[in-house]
Design a protein around this ligand. Structure first.
Ligand code: PEP
Ligand code: MN
Length: 341
């Protein structure tokens, strides 16, 4: 971390800030130029609040040199992490498609799962615990929804991905053998929940917060990993911007940016990112071309009567077509990666 001081910084002020830094257990390297005085902070800067430092009268600007995320950082772990999701590998050149309804609603789950599998999906999604903006909207089936997901898994062989909303449910998800616990956008900074799933070994699909930055997503991953669970996948699902034509703004920049910054697999969710069925396929293709390691897509056999997110669901027929095209784009991306290697 570097602190650039104001031009009029007095000797006294510099001495005071140096002793403040040293008081935090760090070393301060002062370098005085003709116009600028710069202090380099060396040591464990995670204990320093850069905003507090920058708020000091003598300080003009503070710049971080190293990122605050360590375990997720590609600098310290150059090779791609591959996460084993109940037999489906994600990352490091392995590509998967997670598909299924927004909510688990009943026996239609098996029907939808069969169609998803036939189209080439390799993992099944479905929410049993639903984070809804309104407390009056459908809240999910709860534990019975997990039973239905496990039945669909037994029938199709597809590993399952489902959202855990509450610290108190983590043990249940682990005991039931859920393959992947999803942390939804609304819980992306629920630090107690992040730590709790971090104490398990179950793979975690961590979604980006509603208005979360890439760095906040990486710090959320760091929470999980710092508790010991390295099986983390990051998911770009769109962020809130001033744009209102689509449900969210799909930040596809995040796909290559995350690949550069972290070794963790990057998943893209064109369903929540766009909010409309007709935009899902084109953006699924774009995310595949951008290098996503997996896609998460909502599929429902009767979107008009879906219990949640019907507006963005693909019908099984639409999903068939999308999968053909996704595989076509994916094979081009995989060929290019092989040529580069
Ligand atoms: C979901 O996957 O159905 C969901 C609620 O996603 P998000 O947390 O990204 O809104
Ligand atoms: Mn949904």
């Amino acid at each position: 971390m570097i602190a650039i001081l104001r031009k009029n910084a007095s000797e006294d002020a510099v001495t005071r800030i140096v002793s403040w830094i040293e008081g935090k257990g760090l070393t301060a390297h002062v370098s005085r130029g003709q116009n600028e005085t710069i202090i380099g902070l060396v040591g464990d800067t995670t204990k320093i609040d850069p905003f507090l430092l920058e708020s000091m009268d003598v300080v003009q600007r503070v710049q971080r040199v190293s990122e605050p995320f360590k375990k997720a950082n590609r600098k310290f772990h150059p090779t791609d992490t591959v996460v084993n999701c109940g037999g489906a590998m994600v990352g490091g050149g392995n590509f998967q498609v997670i598909a299924g309804p927004c909510s688990v609603e009943g026996p239609n789950l098996i029907r939808i799962a069969r169609r998803c599998k036939a189209a080439g999906a390799t993992m099944l999604r479905g929410g049993a615990y639903k984070p809804r903006t309104s407390p009056y909207a459908y809240q999910g089936m709860g534990e019975h929804g997990l039973d239905l997901l496990l039945e669909a898994k037994a029938e199709t062989g597809m590993p399952i991905v489902t959202e855990v909303m509450d610290v108190r449910d983590v043990e249940l998800f682990v005991d039931r053998g859920i393959d992947v616990m999803q942390i939804g956008a609304r819980n992306a900074q629920n630090f107690s929940l992040l730590k709790e799933v971090g104490r398990t070994t179950t793979p975690v699909l961590l979604k980006r917060g509603i208005a979360g930055t890439i760095d906040e997503l990486l710090m959320a991953a760091e929470y999980i990993m710092s508790e010991g669970n390295d099986n983390v996948m990051l998911c770009e699902r769109g962020i809130r911007t001033f744009e209102t034509r689509t449900r969210n703004t799909f930040d596809l920049n995040a796909v290559p940016a995350l690949h550069e910054l972290t070794h963790l697999p990057v998943v893209a969710d064109p369903s929540h990112a766009t909010g409309y069925t007709r935009y899902v396929e084109p953006m699924a293709l774009a995310a595949t071309a951008a290098g996503a390691d997996a896609l998460e897509i909502e599929v429902h056999d009767d979107p008009a009567n879906a219990w949640s997110d019907g507006a963005q669901a693909l019908t099984p027929d639409q999903f068939d077509r999308a999968m053909e095209r996704i595989h076509a784009v994916r094979s081009v991306v995989a060929d290019m990666a092989r040529e580069e290697a």
